[in-house]
Design a protein around this ligand. Sequence first.
Ligand code: CA
Length: 263
Amino acid sequence: MPKNQPPDRSQGRAKRVEREGNDMVASGANASERVVLIVEDERDLSDLLEYNLRSSGYRTICAHTGSDGLAKARAHGPDLVLLDLMLPELPGTEVAKQIRADKTIGQVPIIMLTAKGDEVDQVVGLAVGADDYVTKPFSMKVLLARIDAVFRRSQQGRRTSEQVLRLGGVALDLETHEATLEGETIPFTLTEFRLLSALIEADGKVLSRTKLMSHAMGPGVTVTERTIDVHITSIRRKMGRWGRQIKTVRGVGYRAVHELAPA
Ligand code: CA
């Protein structure tokens, strides 16, 4: 397994983590300041997660029920929550909802761990504000990469609140005109960049093709509606798995949605 160092720590989020009773906040050899709360009732899996996260330099806290997870989230203010969906006492969806509703910890990134064939659809988890999800069984390598990506995204979001538009893992820097997908540069054309910014700025509202045209080409420039469709197709492709966040509204136009679409 490749060493998965947490990204750039220049944000220097100094975090003091208290030791509270048996809640040992342990760290591996390359301890980072980042604390991951693992909420998982399968002990083998939570042990495995803990081991791998610590080996990758994260600090960990474990909870084995939903209510304990919520309590520990509130008590420790972790930097990320790995949240199992099916949990005793309080389901993962409810834990996520209550975390999001909490003013102090509401911004913490949440990755849902869902079992294949779960009755609860993945969408349910994401509708309550999870940032990503991983389907069991998963490889630790994949999970660590997702965690890394979530941290990079949330860091980007913090660094540049107004100058950067974000849609899932895609970030558009309005100042530098740079677009990134989970940290990697996306080769958007100027038109694509403008179209996508317009969609993200519309914040979920539908934009007609005509509106999109005037955003992208400037007023007075006429292109066919089909041209817009071609650009949108290309934008979606370049956005990878986040391309699904751009919805076609039949007969009207397009809208960008922030809730993560199911795979
Ligand atoms: Ca479970």
